[in-house]
Design a protein around this ligand. Structure first.
Ligand code: ATP
Length: 356
């Protein structure tokens, strides 16, 4: 099922929670709505589900206008952060609920329902727990039951609101992988809300970055990380080194440091901020063109990456650098050494790009 969101806005009284949201989702895509608290992620998800109405705009599933169709008739699966399981029902009854409440004409037989429950329990790796009650399960297990319940009715659209938000880091990671596999197997179109950039990067085909009720950027995890189109996206999606200064003839001068930029005319002769990701900083033992001196203050190897913190000589500010271990080790560097750093990419934003 493809989903088309056309110019959707949402007002709560005078407050504009969503402003002119325009989004096309392809059949079978796994989309993350990513943004800080209050950016409108849940409101958008609820409007897609039909649990909330849009103040303006329309929603289409395939070619069908769903804008005024109620939630039940949209046939979407929904999973909330706080496992909304029925506490007085067993796991099996929770999972089969959506099938059992169907009208008699389309309701499967008892045998078919039992088979479906077994199949889903196997899929979510909870075999044998049919008779347990939600209170007898761990948080991760409950959330897997909630997913099995949502999938039982074979929805073509699966909506998840911070599904793993209440779980610890290790379980979250496991469930993410597992959601990805499940999504592929079921061939559903899935949209999940998260404020965790790592989670969005790990799972989604495309990320929709939201801020203050608007979409800032839509792209693959790689696109939004490597080519953020605004300072907000840059900051929100990872660690960054900032260089404030002025651009002249394509060179950004920040204190005693001069960096080569892509030379966009729109930044010429302007006060700007240069954004550089830690992995875009090179390290050299001797001075080369475009490099500036730094003094190493901290070295932290983590798996295949070495995280380095260094002080800009003359400037005093700290910067972060990330290098693959096999590139860092041969340099034989230690804390206190002075070396040279050069960015291999500088993203420059001028004041008008900081409008939000
Ligand atoms: P969080 O990550 O904290 O859940 P979110 O990005 O999902 O945030 P929403 O829950 O969509 O954000 O809320 C967007 C804005 O709309 C917030 O400022 C919120 O206070 C406001 N809002 C949401 N629901 C209502 C409501 N029923 N009445 C009034 N304001 C609301």
């Amino acid at each position: 099922m493809s989903i088309e969101i056309n110019h959707v806005s949402k007002y709560f009284g005078d407050f504009k929670a969503l402003e002119q949201i325009q989004l096309s989702i392809k059949k079978g895509e796994l989309i993350a709505l990513l943004g800080p608290s209050g950016s409108g992620k849940t409101s958008l998800l609820r409007i897609i589900a039909g649990l909330e109405s849009a103040s303006e705009g329309s929603i289409f599933f395939n070619d069908q206008d769903m804008t005024d169709v109620d939630a039940v008739s949209r046939h979407v699966g929904f999973v909330f952060q706080h496992y909304a399981l029925f506490s007085h029902m067993t796991v099996a009854d929770n999972i089969s609920y959506g099938l059992r409440v169907r009208s008699r004409r389309v309701r499967p037989s008892k045998k078919e329902i039992n088979e479906k429950v077994d199949e889903l329990l196997n899929l979510v790796k909870l075999d044998g727990l049919q008779k347990r009650y939600p209170s007898q399960l761990s948080g991760g297990q409950r959330q897997r039951v909630a997913l099995a319940r949502a999938l039982a009715v074979q929805p073509e659209v699966l909506l998840l609101d911070e599904p793993f938000g209440a779980l610890d880091a290790k379980v979250r990671k496991e469930l993410r992988r597992w959601l990805r596999n499940l999504h592929n197997q079921f061939d559903v179109t899935s949209i999940f809300v998260t404020h965790d950039q790592e989670e969005a990067m790990d799972v989604a085909d495309r990320i929709v970055v939201m801020n203050k009720g608007r979409i800032e950027q839509i792209g693959t995890p790689d696109e939004v990380y490597e080519n953020p189109n605004s300072p907000f996206v840059f900051d929100f999606l990872g660690n960054v080194n900032l260089f404030k200064g002025r651009v002249q003839e394509g060179n950004l001068t920040s204190g005693t440091i001069t960096l080569r930029t892509s030379g966009s005319p729109k930044h010429e002769n302007k006060e700007v901020v240069g954004y550089i990701r830690p992995h875009q900083m090179e390290l050299h033992q001797s001075h080369i063109e475009g490099a500036f001196p730094i003094k190493i203050t901290h070295i932290q190897p983590v798996g295949p990456i070495v995280f380095i913190e260094a002080e800009k000589v003359n400037e005093g500010e700290l910067i972060d650098i990330e290098l693959p271990k096999n590139e860092f080790t041969p340099l034989g560097l230690k804390i206190g050494d002075t070396v040279y750093s050069r960015p291999n990419q500088v993203h420059v934003f001028s004041p008008e790009e900081f409008s939000i």
